[in-house]
Structures are given as C-alpha cells and as structure tokens.
Design a protein. Structure first.
Length: 304
C-alpha cells in the first residue's frame, strides 16, 4: 500500500505508532537482559558467595581445632585444659553450624558428595579427639600426645582436606558465575546496542519516507499553482494518491479545466462580437453608399 493512499493524519499516526513499537521493543529487550543479569547476580549474592564463605568458615574452625587439641596435651594446668576443651568444642560447633547452613545451598552433586564425606571424616576425627581427652583425664599424657599428633593429626588433615576441596569447589563455582554474569552483561549491552541501532535506522527511514510523501506533493502543487497564476492553462496536471495533497491537486486540475473552458468561451464570444461588428461596419458602408447614390439622383432630378 502506497503512503499516498493514506491521508496525512494517518501517516503521522503510522509514524508515531512505529516509534512507539520500537521503543517498546527496546524496553522489552532491555528488561529481558536485565532479568537475566538479575538472576545471575542473585545466584552470586544469595547462593554462590554464601557457599564459598561458609566452606571457608568451616575450614578455619577445623584448622583451629587442632591447636586446641595440642593445648590439651601440652599443658598441665587443669583449668587451661578445660579452656582448651571448651575452645575445641566451640571450633567444632562453628564448623558444624557452617556446614549445616551450607547443606541447603548445595546444588551440584560434587558439593553434596563432599558434604557426605565430611560427616564421616568428622565422626572419625571427633572419636580420636575424645580418646585423647580420656587419656588426658587419666593423666596418660605420653599416650595422649602420641595419639594427638599421630592418628588424630592425620584425621584432622583428612577432614581439613575435604573441607578445603569444598571451599575450592565453591570458590570455583563463584568465579564461574561471576564470569557468566559478566558475559550476560556484555551480551545484553551488545543486544541493546543492536536493537537501538536498528530502531534509530527504522525511525529515520520512516521519518524520511513520511516527510517525502507529504512535502513532494505540496511542492508539485505549488509549482502547478504558480503555472496557473502565470496564465498558462495548458499544463497537464496528474493526480496521484488520495491524501489531502492529492485532493488539492484534483481541485486545482478541475479549476484549471474550468478556467480553460471559461477562456475558450470568452474567446468564442469575442470572435462572435468581432464578426458582428464587422457585419455592422459593412452594413454601414453599404447604407452610406446608397445614401450617396440617392443624393446624386436627387441632385440630377433637381437640375433637370
């Protein structure tokens, strides 16, 4: 459908409608991109970062617990041993609390497997520490030290290695999600830029087409009006479209035709008037000639 078949008001409505559609498309693409970015950052802030933090909290407390075991077998003061025991219990309670909070956040099977291994290794470690504490209470310090720095130390290393793997795995997941979020941001920025560029091009193209469809017929109408005003009624006026400019051109065409007809009628009337004037002049000459002849005849009659 040609734009010339639409009136100017509908063309303007079409142009503004297209602009609104482009704005809505840009807003939709931007919203979808922001939604993806929000999902990524939410996963980072609400799940990935807490997982990595909790695993490291558990690791720090498990490492600290071995120092408390060393204090229990190294000191001879019962109060100091009791304090070391309380601190050991606090370390393990904090580690257990961190792992309990970590459990519902785990999604990957690797993390879940490491957590199951942690529970087994923790039980082994606590059982050996309990034996060390029993030997200390029985004042069997040499046996307690041997057990503490032997099997208990090995159990601690196994437990710490497990939690370290968990912390490294969760830290790696955090880095991956951070990289994904950066990729989502870059992709969203690129898509928004492309859509915005297309929107600008379409808007400019629509503006040029609509402007041309309005201005060109008006320029042509001005030229025709000037031609008619100069007295030239022979120009051929062609009407294209059905808009206001086309209607004006049709009116000017009809006016041009009416003026041409009027001029022809005036010219025809002038020719008839000229012919009648010529006939009257001829009649006057003939009448004058007859009058002179009659006067001569009268003179002859008078002379005779």
């Amino acid at each position: 459908m040609s734009l010339l078949n639409l009136n100017i008001a509908n063309r303007l409505r079409l142009g503004f409608g297209l602009l609104l559609v482009l704005i809505m498309a840009l807003a939709f693409v931007g919203a979808k991109s922001l939604d993806k970015l929000h999902d990524g950052t939410s996963e980072l802030g609400k799940r990935a970062w807490p997982r990595a933090r909790l695993a490291n909290v558990a690791l720090d407390n498990i490492r600290g617990s071995m120092g408390r075991v060393g204090q229990m077998v190294a000191v001879t003061d019962p109060a100091a041993r009791e304090t070391a025991g309380k601190r050991f219990a606090a370390n393990m309670a904090d580690a257990d609390k961190a792992m309990q909070e970590l459990e519902p956040l785990l999604v990957a099977q690797t993390g879940k497997t490491l957590l199951a291994e942690y529970r087994t290794l923790r039980s082994d470690y606590l059982a050996l520490v309990a034996q060390v504490q029993t030997l200390v209470k029985e004042e069997k310090l040499d046996e307690a030290r041997a057990l503490a720095f032997g099997k208990t130390y090995d159990a601690l290393h196994a437990l710490a290695a497990n939690v370290r793997k968990q912390a490294e795995f969760q830290g790696g997941r955090f880095d991956e999600l951070a990289a994904d979020a950066s990729g989502i941001y870059a992709t969203a920025l690129r898509i928004i830029g492309i859509v915005a560029g297309i929107a600008v091009l379409l808007a400019v193209a629509a503006a040029v087409l609509i402007t041309r469809s309005v201005v060109r017929p008006l320029h042509h109408a001005v030229e025709v009006a000037r031609t008619v005003a100069s007295g030239d009624l022979t120009s051929r006026i062609e009407v294209e479209g059905r808009d206001e400019a086309a209607q004006m051109m049709q009116a000017m065409k009809e006016m041009n035709t009416a003026l041409a007809t009027l001029v022809l009628d005036v010219r025809s009337g002038s020719d008839e008037i000229a012919t009648a004037a010529g006939e009257i002049a001829s009649g006057n000459l003939e009448l004058s000639s007859r009058t002179e002849q009659q006067a001569g005849s009268l003179e002859e009659t008078a002379s005779s």
